[in-house]
Design a protein around this ligand. Sequence first.
Ligand code: ADP
Length: 389
Amino acid sequence: MILVVNCGSSSLKFALFDNKLNEVVKGIFERIGVSNSFSEFKINGNDDKYEQDYKTHKDALIFLFEKFKMYNINVDDIEIIGHRIVHGGNNSNNLLVDDVVLKQMELVNELAPLHNPVQMSVVNACIELFPNIKNSLSFDTAFHHSLPDYAYTYGLPVELAEKYLIRRYGFHGLSHEYILEEYAKTANKNESELNLITCHLGSGCSVCAIKNGKSVDNSMGFTPLEGLLMGTRVGDLDASVPLFIARKENLTLDQVDNLLNKKSGLVGMTGMTNIDMREVLYLADYPVSNFDGSYLNEKYNFDELTLLKKRCKLAVDVFVYRVKKYIGSYYAILGRVDAIIFTAGIGERSEIIRSLIMKDLPFTDNVNIEVIKTNEEKMIAEEALKFIK
Ligand code: ADP
């Protein structure tokens, strides 16, 4: 069996697959190291929830294996743990973990300080807790290794770019690659024949241009901050703006980092504390199926609601406009486009966002517009499986 783990700073998503890549159990630990932590297990059609104090990701892993045993899963059958790692540096493939790989990944940590250190600490915890199980790393950047140099190079002084490995890497690669594979299967085509524009619209958002089955551009850059408007990330921005704000507001570099990554995007533009795109759409007077947002009318007074509605309308407009602009530019790069495919929370479930993006988009006569559910965990399991076969 293959266990897949995908960690954020306070979360750990997991999925266990058999060697035919059927999912046995999946779930999530949330609020690790924060108060009121809990975990959820989806198994045999049930949703089981456990409230327990997990101080570290290691505590969560110990609990996970205990629960597997409780569910009569033979943990000795787990041959490999596939880890999702946001930044893979210059690696174009997934890797089987050994001492050399661990050393190499230490150098990559500083390229993605918000993601990689915690994810690699979980790899180390797995090695310590389960010495008989192999570990593999699947990178969000790997699929974009095929970007041509003119797409990944910034107009920075070459010495600095080379010294610090500053370039556009692109992210969400596991999702974009999964969508390519799934589309190729359903269209009964070889991946190498396909030109696609894949739009991963979730809490984080990115668009990918795929030419002859290879990624040739991605809206995310050196970090997952560049490109589309996201839940809390600013996306494309004149680099002078953070400098200007830092000078005016006397901010430290860490504060600016936090501002652009955690306090901007839809959160920043609307002033809402937590972003659910359905709430934004509801307040912007768009229809949202299976969602009753009437509680929002009671949450705010008349003046607050008037202001919020105006901001939400603009936020939706900016969100949609940005995706449209990327799709247009990727048309220009690809020449021929076989399909535009939407995926992830917003891309899969929001009919209205998709139709606003596609509205009046030219050249779509011979283009398939599709929705495909992403499954990054399955992609990681597929990659890990190659190391145990
Ligand atoms: P994550 O990156 O956390 O895995 P998801 O892919 O689950 O994110 O996407 C989360 C986003 O999808 C949230 O902004 C959520 O509000 C949005 N979302 C979920 N369902 C809908 C829906 N029916 N309509 C619009 N947005 C939705």
